[in-house]
Design a protein around this ligand. Structure first.
Ligand code: PAP
Length: 341
């Protein structure tokens, strides 16, 4: 089979995409050029053929039983989890000083399916390359559970979901939005969007991949129903006890640390390699862009629990807490808002 034939196989009809697009609700986020389209109940960014590539991912991706898929709402710890998962799974493959994480941004090692793989604007693997990736394939998506391709839900592949308290997620999303606007819109002074305005839209669900709580609860419920299939992690827990959760992650993906490895400090080495302090200082993560617009360094900001305390007024905090109470009622899910260290 030639590459062209393979490309044809994954084709989604442009006319159909346009037709579908026209029928879907759209909004522009905070007077920016960032358009969001509501598809299957969630707001998806309408940039870079994103909608088309989402459809392609939904229709053409075939999960292998051995795939490990990170799922996340943006700004909840994706980059960190990508680096940890990559380091855990590949720990026997590379000598310490040749770990690809030293030369590549974590987003260049764990591909986002609806963008890097099925998007057409990027230098990353085209869909046919997926077939050539060795198992276990480490992949990522920001899609909500309900929108995942059937083969992810029905195969034996595993999902690692990372979540984060909504207040820190909003702060992190806000700064990323400002950076993104500066880059895509060439607007050096996009700071006129206040965090209050951003928060207002976020709470109303109008944010890329929102609504937030529905995204989180979708995966939370799956993790309760099928704990062998979905591991639900929280950023705050990972911060509090990184060692415990890295070991848990390794067990979940079927590659537990041996007692020899533990006594040799392999877990600690991985934690150190993937710490924000270390990743931020690597030359590869200091300059350059991911997917044309996203500066590599903007994925490493503070990396703290509780940064929201420097940003929100008491009334905003109350508003978000009330919303959270309402949305999480009866789910037994809760978030730590402050660091316990
Ligand atoms: P993405 O979903 O767009 O890939 P994601 O990686 O989830 O973004 O979010 C970035 C956040 O994770 C940033 O949080 P902050 O804005 O509150 O600082 C970033 O600093 C944090 N982060 C990135 N890498 C790490 C890491 N190794 N350890 C802890 N936090 C990290």
């Amino acid at each position: 089979m030639t590459e062209n034939q393979r490309e044809e196989e994954i084709h989604v009809d442009e006319e159909e995409v346009q037709h579908l697009m026209q029928s879907l609700p759209k909004i522009t986020l905070l007077n920016s050029k960032l358009e969001l389209v509501n598809y299957q109940g969630f707001w998806h960014p309408h940039i870079l053929n994103y909608f088309k590539s989402t459809l392609m991912f939904q229709r053409h991706f075939h999960a292998r039983n051995t795939d490990i898929i990170i799922a996340s709402f943006p700004k909840t710890g994706t980059t960190w989890l990508k680096s940890l998962l990559f380091a855990v799974v590949n720990r026997f493959r590379y000598p310490k000083n040749q770990n690809p994480l030293l030369k590549h941004h974590p987003h260049e090692l764990v591909f986002r399916l609806e963008v890097d793989v099925y998007g057409d604007a990027f230098e990353y693997p085209r869909p046919h390359h997926l077939n050539e990736l060795p198992s276990p394939r480490l992949l990522h998506t920001h899609l909500p559970y309900t929108s995942l391709p059937e083969s992810i839900k029905t195969s034996a592949c595993r999902i690692l979901y990372i979540s984060r308290n909504p207040l820190d997620t909003i702060v992190s999303s806000y700064y990323f939005f400002l950076e993104y606007m500066k880059n895509i819109q060439g607007d050096q002074d996009f700071n006129h969007v206040t965090i209050e305005e951003f928060c207002e839209d976020f709470c109303a669900g109008r944010t890329a991949h929102g609504p937030f709580f529905e995204h989180v609860v979708g995966y939370w419920k799956q993790s309760l129903e099928r704990p062998d299939k979905v591991l639900f992690l929280k950023y705050e827990d990972l911060k509090d006890d990184t060692r415990f959760y890295v070991k848990k992650l390794a067990e979940f993906v079927g590659m537990p640390f041996s007692s020899k490895e533990e006594s040799e400090g392999v877990v600690e080495e991985i934690i150190e390699l993937c710490s924000i302090k270390n990743l931020k200082e690597l030359e590869v993560n200091k300059s350059g862009v991911i997917n044309k617009f996203f500066e590599k360094k903007s994925y490493f900001r503070k990396g703290e629990v509780g940064d929201w305390t420097h940003h929100f007024t008491p009334s905003m905090v109350e508003r978000i807490n009330n919303l959270m109470q309402d949305k999480l009622e009866g789910t037994a899910l809760s978030f730590k808002m402050l660091s316990s260290q």
